[in-house]
Design a protein around this ligand. Structure first.
Ligand SMILES: Cc1cc2nc3c(=O)[nH]c(=O)nc-3n(C[C@H](O)[C@H](O)[C@H](O)COP(=O)(O)OP(=O)(O)OC[C@H]3O[C@@H](n4cnc5c(N)ncnc54)[C@H](O)[C@@H]3O)c2cc1C
Length: 559
């Protein structure tokens, strides 16, 4: 399929005023970037880690529930694989999931050895809980509901221990604008904007033999999301503009239980982890009816897409904009011990989970798609890797299984670091010479950000239709009529990235005429395996036109 959609070639930015170089550049400091950089550091001479704000910022530190792995002797990778494939609605890449579930337990143990302090039981074993879609207790957690914070702390501490080493350089407040490519389109560095001192201030160029994008998700493309403000899809948008293939971008997970703070609340919203339902909380509507029973055998612990859709249906039937989570029977003592951060945040906002029903509604939470990679994290562009939420390894299919994303970051970071280091040792990935930027530059003024978000939420959000998607596509396209902004900077670069990602997401969502996982079409409410069991691959060509191809799912039977 060749479609009329066009995406500009790069962002308007000042010419680089300085240059630096490394063997490998890692962009982002969540679980994916930190793990990749730490492992590369043991094998490669010069690693440069750059991150948009401070090291700890990103979705990783917000992760509550935990990290999934078959760690209980009664559990098995095979069962974890099964649950992941079911949640992914028939389009997971079985080989990628196999790598995830088999390598996962060792990676979690390594994280513990590195210093991450997970919650332990009386025998000193990892305490494991259950979340939606899992048939076993296999979620390891830390600080009750502060798993991401502890993982981030441990990884940053490990980085600090080696940071004086000349083999690794870390630059904070460094926003990657675009990728640098040689005349053969091979990626050989990045342009980046650094708020720094001395030589590295303003826009510069960093050259490398390989670039690893670990820039996280795109939640800010919607008005309400659980993602932090740095999640503006920058890496995905830069990869798209450079010609890398994106896959499965239409599959966006809306978390069912985000605290509802009233109409018009925007930006990052407080999440009530699925683990609260895992411990026995349940959903009720405004009449107090437990509506999940009978909808799915796992009832309140059904996969996220099922619960989110059931909530949207219930809200429509009852004419409300939220439902309620009832955790009162769990008791103040248990809730405070098991979910200290969630309880504290709710109380700050005026709700006590021990005594009040909590108003909740779905909000954007996770991007299942991204820059398409193989089993080594290689994208379709030579020299470019993607790891973590920015990537599409195929492990999540149409819907991520709860707590599989931290694990994906860990497992594939190792794979990427091993692949790059062995290729460098073999003399592959030679240094490249960046050519001139290709295509028309673009820049949308930061003042349009709320318009992008409102259009995406209205038409390309939790429930979509042909009409709603067409309206969103038209609104996004009309933003180009304002002409390019002449004010390049972090805000306008991020806003333009949101526009570009919003456009391709909406485009893919309009093409997929079925409902599957995180892609819900009110006009095509059924799953359609005959026509749609596969992936939409989106690639920008050198002339700016976007080509979308459908790739049927690989028929690899699980071992
Ligand atoms: C509230 C919440 C709860 C969650 N709970 C869980 C859970 O319990 N279990 C689970 O498995 N998953 C959970 N997730 C999802 C999981 O946290 C993320 O998918 C995962 O942490 C992503 O890791 P990452 O390293 O890919 O990206 P991130 O942790 O988001 O890191 C991205 C990094 O890239 C940087 N960056 C972005 N753009 C640029 C740029 N242009 N230039 C330079 N740097 C850039 C950011 O600043 C950041 O450092 C949760 C997510 C949220 C938001």
């Amino acid at each position: 399929m060749t479609d009329p959609l066009r995406i500009p070639g790069h962002l308007v930015a000042p010419d680089p005023g300085w240059t630096t170089s490394a063997d490998v550049i890692v962009v982002g400091s969540g679980i994916a970037g930190l793990t990749t950089a730490l492992r590369l550091r043991q094998r490669v001479d010069r690693v440069l880690l750059v991150t948009k704000t401070v090291l700890s910022e990103g979705s990783t530190q917000w992760a509550q529930g935990g990290i999934a792995a078959a760690l209980d002797p009664a559990d098995s990778p095979q069962e974890h694989l099964h649950d992941t494939l079911v949640a992914g609605c028939g389009i997971c890449d079985v080989e990628a999931v196999t790598a995830l579930v088999h390598e996962g337990p060792a990676r979690v143990h390594e994280l513990v050895a590195l210093g991450a302090e997970f919650d332990l039981d009386a025998d000193g074993e990892l305490k494991l809980t259950r979340e939606g879609g899992h048939h076993r207790d296999r979620i390891a957690h830390a600080g009750g509901d502060a798993t991401g914070k502890e993982i981030s702390r441990a990884l940053i501490a490990a980085l600090r221990r080696v940071q004086d080493d000349p083999g690794i350089e870390v630059i904070e407040h460094a926003l990657v604008v675009d990728l640098l490519q040689d005349d053969g389109a091979r990626v050989c560095g990045v342009t980046l904007h650094v708020i720094g001192e001395g030589q590295m201030d303003g826009v510069g160029a960093a050259w490398a033999r390989a670039v690893v994008l670990a820039t996280g998700g795109l939640g800010q493309v919607y008005s309400a999301t659980t993602n932090p403000s740095v999640a503006t899809g920058d890496g995905m948008a830069a990869a798209l503009r450079a010609g890398a293939t994106l896959a499965d971008v239409e599959f966006v997970q809306f978390h069912p239980t985000v605290l509802w703070l009233g109409p018009g609340s925007s930006g990052q919203q407080p999440l009530i982890s699925e683990a609260v339902r895992g411990e026995g909380a349940f959903l009720v509507d405004n009449q107090g009816v437990r509506f999940m029973e009978g909808i799915h055998p796992l009832a309140d612990l059904a996969p996220r897409d099922v619960v989110a859709r059931a909530i949207v249906d219930r809200m429509r039937q009852t004419g409300t904009d939220h439902v309620y989570l009832d955790a009162r029977h769990l008791g103040a003592g248990f809730l405070e011990e098991r979910f200290p951060s969630i309880v504290a945040r709710c109380r700050e906002l005026g709700f006590d989970p021990a005594t009040d029903l909590l108003p909740v509604a779905p909000a954007q939470h996770y991007a299942s798609g991204g820059a398409r990679t193989d089993l080594h994290g290689r994208t379709t562009l030579e020299g470019l890797y993607a790891c973590g939420e920015v990537s599409c390894t195929g492990v999540h299919g149409a819907n991520r299984l709860a707590s599989n994303s931290l694990l994906e970051g860990l497992v594939f970071a190792h794979r990427i670091a091993d692949d790059i280091s062995s290729r460098l040792a073999r003399g592959e990935l030679p240094p490249g010479k960046p050519g001139a930027p290709q295509g028309i530059p673009a820049l949308l003024a930061a003042t349009h950000r709320a318009r992008v978000q409102a259009a995406m939420t209205a038409g390309s959000g939790a429930v979509r239709s042909r009409e709603s998607l067409a309206q969103t596509a038209a609104t996004l396209l009309s933003l180009y009529d304002h002409g390019p902004s002449h004010d390049p900077g972090p805000q306008s670069w991020e806003t333009t990235n949101l526009l570009h990602i919003g456009q391709v997401l909406t485009h893919a969502a309009a093409l997929r005429e079925e409902t599957r996982g995180g892609h819900v079409r009110s006009d095509f409410p059924e799953l359609d395996d005959e026509h749609w069991r596969g992936h939409l691959l989106v690639t920008r060509g050198p002339d700016g036109s976007v080509t979308t191809t459908f790739e049927p799912v690989k028929t690899v039977e699980p071992a």
